[in-house]
Design a protein around this ligand. Structure first.
Ligand SMILES: CC(C)(COP(=O)(O)OP(=O)(O)OC[C@H]1O[C@@H](n2cnc3c(N)ncnc32)[C@H](O)[C@@H]1OP(=O)(O)O)[C@@H](O)C(=O)NCCC(=O)NCCS
Length: 197
C-alpha cells in the first residue's frame, strides 16, 4: 500500500497528457524541462519511455514522473574490487563481461509531494516493472546516474542503491575526467536478484 497505489493512476507521459495537466516541477530545472518538452521526442527516438502518476481526485496534478530505458553494466573495465562487489551474488560460471540492466533515465517527484515516501514507493514500483514475469528481456540491475547532491544520493542510498565506484576520484578516473572538474552525477546500481529469489 502507498500513496501512488491508493490515490494515483499511472499514465504514459506524452504531450496529450501534459496538455491536460498543470505544469510539473520536481525542483530541478533540467528535469522539469525534460518532462515538459522532451518526452515525446525521446520516446520517438526509442531512447526512453516516460510515465507519470496523476492524482485520481485531480488528474491535472502529476505527482511524479520517470523515464526508463534498457541499459547494461559493463564489468570489463571496472577496478577489480568494484567488479568483485558487482558480481558477488553471481555464480562464477555464470559471470559475463556485461550484465543486463534497466536505466532510470529521469525521475522526479512533484515538489508539493516531496519527503513523504512517494519517491521510495516509485522505486519499489520500478523494481517490480524490471522483474515483471512477462518481460521478454532479462534485467539483473537497476542503474541510475544519480545527481551528485546530498538529497538525491541519500534518496538512492535509502532505497538500496550502491555506488558502482567507491569514490568520486575512482569514478573520474574511469570516465577520464580531470580530477579538478566537478562530477555532476554518480553511477549507482541495485541488484534485483535480492527480490527475485
Ligand atoms: C530525490 C527525490 C526523487 C526524492 O523523492 P521523495 O518522494 O521526496 O523521497 P522519499 O520521501 O521517498 O524519501 C526517501 C529517502 O530519501 C532521502 N531524502 C528524500 N528527500 C530528502 C531531503 N530533502 N534531504 C535528505 N534526504 C532526503 C531520505 O533518506 C528519505 O528517507 P527517510 O524518509 O527515511 O528519511 C525528489 O526529492 C526529487 O524529485 N528531487 C529532484 C529531482 C532528483 O534529484 N531526481 C533524481 C534524479 S537522478
Amino acid at each position: 500500500m502507498g500513496f501512488l497505489l491508493e490515490k494515483c493512476t499511472l499514465f504514459p507521459l506524452n504531450n496529450e497528457i501534459l496538455s491536460q495537466c498543470q505544469s510539473f516541477s520536481c525542483g530541478d530545472s533540467d528535469l522539469d524541462d525534460f518532462f515538459l518538452n522532451n518526452v515525446e521526442n525521446f520516446d520517438f527516438q526509442l531512447l526512453g519511455k516516460s510515465f507519470c502518476y496523476r492524482l485520481d481526485h485531480n488528474p491535472s496534478v502529476i505527482v511524479c514522473a520517470f523515464t526508463l530505458a534498457n541499459s547494461s553494466i559493463d564489468g570489463r573495465n571496472l577496478p577489480n574490487n568494484r567488479k568483485k562487489k558487482l558480481v558477488e551474488n553471481i555464480p562464477y560460471e555464470k559471470r559475463l563481461s556485461s550484465y543486463p540492466a534497466m536505466l532510470i533515465g529521469r525521475l522526479g517527484v512533484n515538489r508539493d509531494y516531496g519527503n513523504r515516501g512517494i519517491g521510495s514507493e516509485l522505486i519499489r514500483f520500478i523494481r517490480t516493472v524490471a522483474l515483471a514475469g512477462d518481460n521478454w528481456s532479462a534485467c539483473r540491475y537497476l542503474t541510475v546516474d544519480a545527481y551528485n547532491n546530498e538529497n538525491t544520493r541519500k534518496y538512492y542510498e535509502a532505497n538500496g542503491f550502491l555506488y558502482l565506484f567507491s569514490s568520486e576520484k575512482q569514478e573520474k578516473e574511469y570516465i577520464s575526467m580531470p580530477e579538478d572538474k566537478e562530477l555532476k552525477t554518480r553511477l549507482m546500481y541495485f541488484d534485483l536478484i535480492q527480490l527475485s529469489r
